[in-house]
Design a protein around this ligand. Structure first.
Ligand code: ZN
Length: 103
């Protein structure tokens, strides 16, 4: 069977609509549980991440939610407070977490 035909058949039967990247495009919003899980996960990630610019530890994580992708920010505790950002997307089978990266 032709790969393109198989992919088209799968796409026709998937609801909600899915982009070729696998990201769900149904306009759903992050739930309270999603936000809680993201905050916990990035709290652990930030604790193990050093600032890309000065090497200082990252401070507390702030989750800016409301729609996908959820935005996560954390400032380093160095004197210049370098901001680090990550986005979290929802794929039909789970959360896709980006690494915290300096601006
Ligand atoms: Zn820094």
């Amino acid at each position: 069977m032709n790969w393109i035909l198989l992919q088209a058949m799968l796409m026709a039967n998937i609801a909600p609509p899915v982009e070729l990247t696998g990201w769900v495009l149904d306009g759903t919003e992050p739930t309270h549980a999603d936000n809680w899980l993201i905050e916990i996960a990035y709290g652990v990630i930030a604790a193990g991440t050093a600032c890309e610019n000065c090497g200082g530890p990252l401070g507390p994580v702030a989750v800016r939610s409301g729609h996908w992708p959820v935005k996560v920010v954390a400032d380093c505790t160095g004197p210049e407070r370098h901001r680090h950002r990550a986005r979290v997307r929802y794929a039909g089978n789970g959360l896709l977490l980006e690494p915290l990266s300096a601006e």
